[in-house]
Design a protein around this ligand. Structure first.
Ligand SMILES: Cc1cc2nc3c(=O)[nH]c(=O)nc-3n(C[C@H](O)[C@H](O)[C@H](O)COP(=O)(O)OP(=O)(O)OC[C@H]3O[C@@H](n4cnc5c(N)ncnc54)[C@H](O)[C@@H]3O)c2cc1C
Length: 107
């Protein structure tokens, strides 16, 4: 437990000071003096990014395609979905490219 005004920027504290009484007028008891603020979201995706190259494969583990939130390429449902599509397309391109010499040899 601590004083949030020493941990957050002034504009955030100012916004909360303005918002809590407003909520308190809509939801009775929301802004009582013994209310406890239990968490503050600071960022929506992983702070550690798994680097990937132009082909979207991991730079140091070939064949691994880091994607989505855990690899730090998305911060929500939509961006995770879009990144998943991009990675699936890159994987498909890689499989087709690898199969090309086999197809040529068989022809
Ligand atoms: C409480 C909460 C509320 C949220 N609300 C919103 C919202 O309103 N709007 C919004 O846009 N985003 C929201 N998000 C964020 C959003 O849910 C994520 O950004 C998104 O789901 C990330 O998708 P993802 O596919 O990258 O990862 P995930 O959805 O986490 O998928 C990862 C998958 O990998 C599986 N997995 C993990 N380890 C292994 C393993 N070793 N082997 C096999 N499988 C494994 C997991 O079981 C999981 O199915 C919210 C997140 C939380 C936690």
């Amino acid at each position: 437990m601590g004083d949030l005004s020493s941990a957050l920027p002034g504009y955030a504290i100012e916004a909360m000071r303005e918002a809590f009484p407003a909520f308190g007028r809509k939801i009775r008891g929301f802004d009582t003096h013994d209310a406890v603020l239990t968490g503050v979201e600071t960022r929506t995706s992983s702070p550690v990014r798994m680097s990937r190259g132009d082909d979207l494969q991991s730079l140091n583990v070939r064949g691994l395609y880091p994607a989505g939130e855990g690899a730090s390429y998305a911060g929500g449902i939509l961006s995770a979905g879009v990144d998943g599509i991009k990675v699936a397309e890159a994987l498909a391109r890689s499989v087709l490219h690898d199969a090309e010499p086999l197809r040529a040899a068989a022809a």
